[in-house]
Write a protein that binds this ligand. Structure first.
Ligand code: SAH
Length: 392
């Protein structure tokens, strides 16, 4: 295996099991390393630090996957990481109520570059890095050995073209992936598309928060903003919500949401295709308010330079949303921007409440579901943050 030597003192974070090493920390790389290849990482005194995957073009030059010098690189590592990830999911997920979940969450599960979601026996595999493309045949075999999937559909993450400079077409790499798959989450049926849906097809990270929100839904008038295919709306309907308004800018998502309501035998909610900011601004002129308002926007900060702007957007959005909550109503608000800290997110909500002229009492802090684990030495693995509270 070829080696990469780090600059003096640049091994510190890596020794604490932080899996990312930025290109500025690299002193020298052995000649002939192929983009994406597994390498041995040494400190400035040539002592072993870890094994990692090398990315030639990304600012994240190395993604570490092993700190054990004895662990030889090969198919076994892929199988070992996947078996370990699967065993953890089995402890976490109630298989009677949920048949679909995140099997592998990249760095946080010790296998950088891949995200693998299981959809009722089919796998949606996100390919994020040069190494993920390079070792795809090994990953495919390991997935087949460990979970015997019906099919594997591989999709490139946006970063692959933008940050790793790799053009790679999505493709079915095993079996046959149907256009849509009926999955089960919290006992509800959901039709998901691995090929045309957003991200890997559905958002498993909100499973637990949907369940928590639904606990308040009985007899309530619920406004589900950024509803996508109805995750929160369906859970609220199952718990007896009186009226649901589901809003999203995507017509496909709303069509999928209606199908999901049909699949579960629920009455179709009121659906609105709109930009949420416009919708809430217009609606704030009228007096319609809801017992429960949920705000689950897409990632608003896509880069570090966009954080300030994103915080302003979170503030505006939350201000508009808070105005729509009835007195003593429940408010749920989320941010899935990894770059926005929990603290800053909460500050933006505090200012939003002030400007909305409402009092918000936060009653709970929310995070991503346990099948998206967080590596405590790698804060980047925590991206989903949420609050719930009572509004007056
Ligand atoms: N709450 C959903 C997931 C939301 S994902 C669930 O539980 O599954 C974010 C959603 O926001 C996507 O469906 C996307 O189509 C929608 N979206 C993005 N920008 C929007 C905007 N400005 N107005 C309305 N919807 C938007």
């Amino acid at each position: 295996m070829k080696t990469i030597i780090l600059k003096k003192f640049k091994d510190k974070l890596a020794r604490n099991k932080n899996p990312w090493i930025f290109s500025g920390a690299v002193h020298s790389a052995e000649k002939g390393i192929v983009n994406g290849e597994a390498v041995k990482v040494l400190d400035s005194d040539k002592r072993f630090v870890a094994y990692g995957f090398y990315s030639e073009h990304s600012a994240i030059a190395l993604r570490l996957f092993s700190w054990d010098e004895e662990e030889t690189f090969g198919a076994d590592i892929f199988r070992k990481r996947l078996s370990c990830a699967l065993a953890a999911r089995k402890r976490l997920i109630d298989a009677g109520r949920t048949d679909s979940f995140r099997l592998l969450y990249g760095e946080a599960d010790g296998l950088p570059g891949y995200v693998a979601d299981i959809y009722n026996g089919h796998i949606s595999l996100q390919v994020n890095t040069a190494s993920a493309v390079h070792y795809l045949p090994m990953m495919k075999d390991a997935l087949i050995d460990t979970v015997s999937p019906l099919s594997i559909y591989a999709r490139p993450a946006d970063e692959l073209a933008k940050k790793e400079m790799i053009r790679w077409q999505e493709q079915c790499i095993h079996g046959e992936t149907p256009d849509s798959i009926i999955i089960k989450e919290n006992g509800l049926k959901i039709s998901a598309s691995l090929k045309s849906g957003q991200k890997t097809g559905y958002y498993f990270d909100q499973r637990e928060n949907r369940r928590i929100a639904a606990e308040y839904a009985e007899g309530q008038d619920v406004l589900d903003c950024f509803c996508y295919t109805g995750g929160f709306s369906l859970n609220a309907a199952a718990k007896g919500a009186k009226h649901i308004t589901s809003v999203d800018s995507s017509a496909d998502a709303l069509a999928n949401l209606k199908e999901n309501f049909r699949l579960n035998g629920f009455d179709t909610p009121e659906t609105v295709k709109a930009d949420i900011f416009d919708y809430l601004r217009e609606r704030n002129a009228d007096s319609v308010k809801h017992d429960m308002v949920i705000l689950d926007p897409p990632k608003l900060a896509k880069s570090q330079s966009a954080v300030e702007q994103a915080l302003r957007a979170y503030k505006d959005l939350n201000m508009l949303g808070l105005k729509k909550v009835k007195n003593n109503g429940i408010f749920f608000s989320f941010s899935c921007s990894g770059r926005v800290s929990r603290e800053d997110f909460i500050k933006s909500i505090a200012w939003a409440a002030k400007d909305a002229g409402r009092t918000l009492r936060i009653t709970g802090f929310l995070s991503q579901s346990g099948d998206h684990p967080i590596n405590p030495f790698f804060p980047e693995s925590e991206y989903l943050k949420g609050i719930t509270g009572i509004v007056e």
